[in-house]
Design a binder for this molecule. Structure first.
Ligand SMILES: [Cu+2]
Length: 148
């Protein structure tokens, strides 16, 4: 009697664990990713839009790419008429909301670009809850996807 009760309890525990992990993972998708590449010696900017399809905020805490050396989260700010870039530790995407990276705002900063125009580079986005999102970003020149 005791043994059969234990076996019966196991599937219930497993079911509860998988339901909990499904709720905590940020359900984030990406649109319009691209890299603005100039020269190997000049850091390249990365732009995209993050969409949070989940019911809790998703907090982006870092990024990495084998094509970038270091890949940082940056924000451009206007300080007394001068545009400067600051490193940010996290970017929060509200539940059911989106955050667009753009020139003059949030961007990924690819410190040592090792890429060519027309390539797609692999990028990993890391979130506060331990989940990661893998994507590829197409490499464009200074004028971007809408340019020549
Ligand atoms: Cu930057």
């Amino acid at each position: 009697m005791k043994r059969s009760a234990l076996i019966f309890a196991l599937p219930i525990l497993l079911g509860a664990a998988s339901a909990a992990s499904a709720q905590t993972g940020p359900q984030v998708s990406v649109s319009n990713p691209w890299i603005r590449y100039l020269l190997p010696s000049v850091p390249a900017g990365g732009y995209l839009t993050l969409h949070n399809n989940g019911t809790s905020p998703a907090v982006l805490t870092g990024a990495s790419s084998s094509a970038c050396g270091t890949l940082m989260l940056h924000k451009s700010e206007n300080k007394s008429g001068t545009e400067i870039m600051v490193k940010v530790d996290s970017i929060t995407v509200p539940a059911h909301g989106e955050v667009s990276f753009s020139e003059g705002g949030y961007h990924l900063m690819c410190m040592k670009p090792n890429m060519k125009l027309g390539e797609h580079i692999p990028v990993t986005l890391k979130f506060q809850d331990g989940t990661a999102l893998l994507l590829t970003m197409p490499v464009y020149g200074p004028s971007g996807p809408s340019g020549q």
